[in-house]
Design a protein around this ligand. Structure first.
Ligand SMILES: Nc1ncnc2c1ncn2[C@@H]1O[C@H](COP(=O)(O)OP(=O)(O)OP(=O)(O)O)[C@@H](O)[C@H]1O
Ligand SMILES: [Mg+2]
Length: 278
């Protein structure tokens, strides 16, 4: 796809977030185009989770604006004046256009995989139950879970639970999917199956923002990698540039820790570069 022609699905402008006196985000500007996969990296406490949580107002920014697929969700200037003036119902409708996947799956423990996926479309969107069920089964099959639809979370592995969580978010037909370290609570042998599902989702054209330390995933699938440092975007560019040729000193230090992984991926990247020049 020609990214320059794609429309903007998400536009953040001057997002600031304070917790008491702490300035956690200090003016984040970011546009994400349709179909784009943006990986977010940064040290602990840099503001990655806070930023994702601002996009669906789980954290309410102290100022800034958020536009999702052309609709303003939030617009507060630095003096505190609300320029969006939305009613709660409008806010809820627009924020439901983002799907979120958390580190700790957050499934409803008393419901089966199928019921978890059906819950929001039936109760929030009041969609037809039969249609929702058909779509939920399709999504679970897409996640490789056709054999597990009637199991409760406790009967599923971490990797299976996380794939149910992805299907559940997709069931609301989001315009953009937000992932906050979706594999970091998993045993190492289960990470691959979740990343594989995410790669397939990215290749299907879903717009995604992914906080992850899986730099191999970033190199393989990201259109852009963003490095957040002390509540600001300190680097933003193609994965090879940001991860393999970092310039920002703290980014250099950050990716230095992952150099072993990058070395393992070098043969793959050389293959990719060779293919791109044909
Ligand atoms: N609800 C909260 N109340 C007060 N401070 C908070 C709250 N949530 C986050 N913070 C602070 O905001 C800063 C950014 O936190 P955030 O969770 O966004 O970092 P992160 O980049 O996701 O880190 P990690 O890699 O450890 O997940 C930290 O200093 C954190 O302590
Ligand atoms: Mg975090």
């Amino acid at each position: 796809m020609h990214m320059q022609d794609a429309k903007e699905v998400l536009k953040l402008r001057d997002i600031c977030l304070r917790f008491g006196k702490a300035e956690v985000l200090r003016g984040v500007d970011l546009s994400v185009k349709q179909g784009e996969v943006v990986v977010i990296i940064g040290g602990s406490g840099s503001g990655k989770t806070s930023l994702l949580r601002c996009i669906n107002l789980l954290n309410v920014p102290s100022s800034g604006s958020i536009v999702i697929d052309g609709e303003t969700l939030f617009d507060l200037d630095r003096s505190g004046a609300d320029k969006a003036g939305l009613k709660p119902a409008q806010v809820n409708r627009i924020r439901a256009q983002t799907g979120m996947v958390f580190q700790q799956f957050n499934l409803f423990p008393h419901m089966t995989a199928l019921q978890n996926v059906m819950e929001a479309p039936v109760t929030v969107k009041r969609q037809n139950r039969q249609e929702v069920e058909k779509r939920a089964r399709d999504l679970l099959a897409q996640m490789g879970l056709d054999q597990h639809v009637d199991k409760r979370p406790a009967q599923l592995s971490g990797g299976q639970q996380q794939r149910v969580a992805i299907a559940r978010a997709l069931a609301m037909d989001p315009k953009v999917m937000l992932f906050d370290e979706p594999t970091s609570a998993l045993d190492p042998e289960l990470v691959g199956e979740v990343l594989k599902a995410m790669v397939a989702l990215a290749r299907s054209g879903m717009t995604m923002m992914v906080v992850t330390h899986e730099l191999g995933f970033a190199l393989e699938i990201a259109d852009r990698v963003i490095f957040i440092d002390q509540g600001l975007i300190a680097a933003d560019g193609p994965p090879e540039q940001v991860l393999l040729h970092p310039e920002h000193p703290r980014l250099k230090q950050f990716v230095g820790r992952f150099h072993e992984t990058a070395d393992l991926l070098r043969p793959f990247l050389e293959g990719k570069t060779a293919a791109a020049t044909h």
